[in-house]
Write a protein that binds this ligand. Structure first.
Ligand code: XMP
Length: 319
């Protein structure tokens, strides 16, 4: 008779068996998979685990503080906050091609992770939150259908390069089982239920050149949008929601003045696995209220649009 509590005990025993008294490093992204993997490993091997949270400067408002704060202060994990935003944003300066952005971020991510990992004494294992569908996909489609369209960024190839062995405690689980295990391990509900967030972060929600100014505006607008979605009780009905800042300024009027600011697009989709998606049918009231809030509260945006493209033919992200 299979229970999540039973699975947890069995997984902990398997980790202890595999790792022994050696040290493990883990790239913590704040996503559900790496978070549950880290919590499980921590329970199994305590301070033999060190997590590295790579902050590329492309995170949402307060994200780094929330993730690092939760794992370090509330769950007592050893977490290194690798603030490398200067490095990433510097290398991305002037780059507008989507695939080039992804490649730069993927390469720097590996460099940075390696740099911090090398400072951890005698790590022999790298932990990854690989799920069962990832295992299947990498066998049958080498990275899955969408990986052939966009080069998804992960740490593939890194363990061999660093001479590390892999620990993948979620390999047998589907996403909903990972969430259940996360709850079983005491991760807060709002954390477990978070929408997916892509590795390249806000870079692919900022078509065209990435500037600090645009990122700041995007963070503010996105926070208001998500707040609206939560206030209206819609968060769990949506697979993923975010704002993209468009590389265009448009004219508006505000009070007695003319404005010339950025336009943005709201995106919200329903989906089962991210492979196909439909736009979420918000009410006109919701959209109107949200647009008004964003324009009034965010300096730098004077026009809000709603993206009603499904996938296919669109993708969920804008790049
Ligand atoms: P698309 O835009 O391809 O997105 O329809 C499908 C799902 O994948 C996420 N996504 C990524 N995740 N690295 C990631 O870790 C990436 O480069 C990446 N690109 C897209 C996207 O957020 C959506 O959930």
């Amino acid at each position: 008779d299979w229970t999540m509590a039973g699975y947890r005990e069995q997984a902990i025993a398997a980790i202890r068996d595999q790792v022994g008294d050696k040290n493990v490093i883990c790239a913590l992204s704040g996503g559900v998979d790496s978070s549950v993997a880290a919590a499980l490993l921590h329970e199994a091997i305590g301070d033999q685990l060190t997590c590295v949270f790579v902050d590329h400067g492309l995170l949402r408002l307060h994200e780094a503080e929330e993730v690092v704060g939760m794992f370090r202060d509330h769950m007592n994990l050893s977490v290194i906050h690798a603030d490398e935003s200067e490095l990433f944003l510097g290398e991305l300066e002037g780059v507008s091609d989507p695939e080039t952005k992804r490649k730069i971020i993927g390469r720097l991510f590996i460099d940075v992770f390696q740099k911090y990992a090398n400072q951890i004494d005698g790590a022999e294992f790298l932990a990854q939150g690989t799920l069962y569908p990832d295992v299947i996909e990498s066998v049958s489609f080498s990275g899955g259908p969408s990986a052939t369209i966009k080069s998804h960024h992960n740490v593939g190839g890194l363990p061999e390069k660093m001479g590390l062995k892999l620990v993948e405690p979620l390999r047998e689980l589907f996403k909903d089982e990972v969430r259940a295990l996360g709850r079983e391990l005491g991760l807060p509900d709002h954390f477990i239920a978070r929408h997916p967030f892509p590795g390249p972060g806000l870079a692919i929600r900022c078509p065209g050149e990435i500037t600090r100014e645009k990122l700041e505006i995007l963070r503010q607008a996105d926070a208001i949008y998500i707040d609206q979605i939560r206030r209206h009780g819609l968060y769990d009905a949506i697979w993923q929601a975010f704002v993209a800042i468009l590389p265009v300024r448009t004219v508006g009027v505000m009070g007695d003045g003319r404005t010339y600011d950025f336009a943005c697009a709201l995106r919200a989709v329903t989906s089962v696995d991210g492979m196909t998606a439909d736009y979420y049918p918000f009410s006109h009231e919701f959209l109107g209220e949200t647009a008004t809030r964003i324009i009034n509260e965010v300096q730098g945006i004077n026009r809000v649009t709603y993206d009603i493209t499904s996938k296919p033919p669109g993708t969920i992200e804008w790049e």
